[in-house]
Design a protein around this ligand. Structure first.
Ligand SMILES: NC(=O)c1ccc[n+]([C@@H]2O[C@H](COP(=O)([O-])OP(=O)(O)OC[C@H]3O[C@@H](n4cnc5c(N)ncnc54)[C@H](OP(=O)(O)O)[C@@H]3O)[C@@H](O)[C@H]2O)c1
Length: 328
């Protein structure tokens, strides 16, 4: 039985597993750099976003094998050649056939494409509901023993699935969808993580761009190949409620003298159990704006007011474990 995980928080971030560097409180999500599922992405913009992020103090990078079948990892490589020693690097594998040998092969392909000898955090990206995940987690624990992986994560797991794999792996982090507009994880998963010393890493923390306040009263239209029309956050029945909530949140942001994006990130960062907030950025401008979101705190009253608006908005969202309605 693996020893229990112990997270240690400090101002520079959270120590997890055997990672040499702390998991930064803010991370750059690199999904869009994969060039698929976000309606196209210019590589030059991805490189500029990475440069802007590190200039703004972001050292936690989050990618996955699934983001363009290694394309996002390959975009990161020249950046890592220059900055590897400063970066907390996380990637994810899937092994859709639930085959540990396939997962090991994926991990090796990730290391090759990233141009690194280890990653700081390796997640199993999605559980497969009809398969035993223990052999996959045991394979990641083997990779940790071999030094290829320093900390182990799961993503999108239920409590039952986390409990199940705890006999074969010491899970250090759980990456899950969490924002002012998506909070199902508060019911069981985050309390389980708190109880077991597992660091929570939030994804889609800006509700895929909604919490920048840039969308109008009509359900937004996206270019072909952008996955957002299939995401619950853009559900046409829920959209009027979401738009109303975001309008109220914007007024709070104006009163604080800060952009809404700051309030959205700070709200997630303030929630129990959350060790790191992932935010995607597609260009230097977005990365610069997002990098400073934690710089100036918002008041406790504003955080409470945001929670109240969020409580009401979330009542109108579809009931499903993740924003994608994905259950592989
Ligand atoms: N484990 C999982 O299953 C999972 C699932 C989802 C995401 N993730 C991870 O979490 C990361 C973040 O989640 P996410 O990308 O889904 O959503 P997000 O961070 O909530 O939103 C990112 C999107 O919002 C827009 N945006 C960001 N900053 C902006 C700014 N300052 N001004 C205007 N627009 C801005 C950009 O898209 P546009 O400019 O096109 O609007 C960007 O791609 C991902 O990159 C990935 O690393 C993991």
């Amino acid at each position: 039985m693996p020893s229990p995980s112990a997270v240690q928080h400090s101002t520079s971030g959270t120590r997890i597993g055997d990672a040499e560097r702390p998991l930064g409180r803010l991370g750059l999500g690199c999904w869009a750099f994969g060039g698929e599922q976000w309606g196209g992405q210019a590589e030059a913009d991805s490189h500029a976003a990475l440069d802007a992020a590190i200039a703004g103090g972001i050292t936690h990078l989050d990618t996955a094998r699934a983001y363009g079948n290694g394309a996002s990892e390959r975009v990161l490589r020249p950046f890592l050649d220059r900055h590897r020693d400063r970066v907390f690097l996380a990637t994810k594998g899937n092994a859709w056939n639930a085959d540990p040998a396939e997962l090991r092969h994926e991990l090796e392909a990730s290391l090759h494409d990233l141009g690194v000898d280890h990653v700081d955090l390796y997640y199993l990206h999605w559980p497969k509901s009809d398969a035993d995940m223990k052999p996959l987690l045991a394979a990641i624990e083997d990779a940790r023993s071999g030094g290829l992986v320093r900390a182990i994560g799961v993503s999108n797991f239920s409590v039952e699935q986390m409990r199940d794999v705890s006999s074969v792996a010491r899970v250090d982090a759980h990456q899950l969808g969490y924002s002012l507009l998506w909070r199902p994880a508060e019911e069981e998963v985050i309390p389980y993580c708190l109880e077991h010393g597992i660091a929570v890493v939030s994804y889609s923390s800006l509700a895929q761009g909604i919490l920048t306040g840039k969308f109008g009263p009509d359900v937004p239209a996206f270019p072909a190949g952008d996955q957002r029309p299939d995401v619950a956050l853009f559900d046409p029945d829920a959209w009027p409620h979401i738009h109303d909530a975001v309008s109220q949140m914007k007024r709070l942001a104006d009163a604080e003298g800060q952009p809404l994006v700051n309030l959205a990130v700070q709200w997630v960062a303030s929630r129990p159990g959350v060790a790191s907030v992932l935010v995607g950025a597609r260009n230097a401008r977005q990365a610069q704006q997002n990098a400073v979101t934690l710089a100036r705190p918002v008041s406790a009253d504003t955080l409470e007011a945001l929670t109240r608006i969020s409580d009401e908005a979330c009542r109108h969202l579809p009931h499903q474990p993740n924003i994608f309605g994905f259950n592989p």
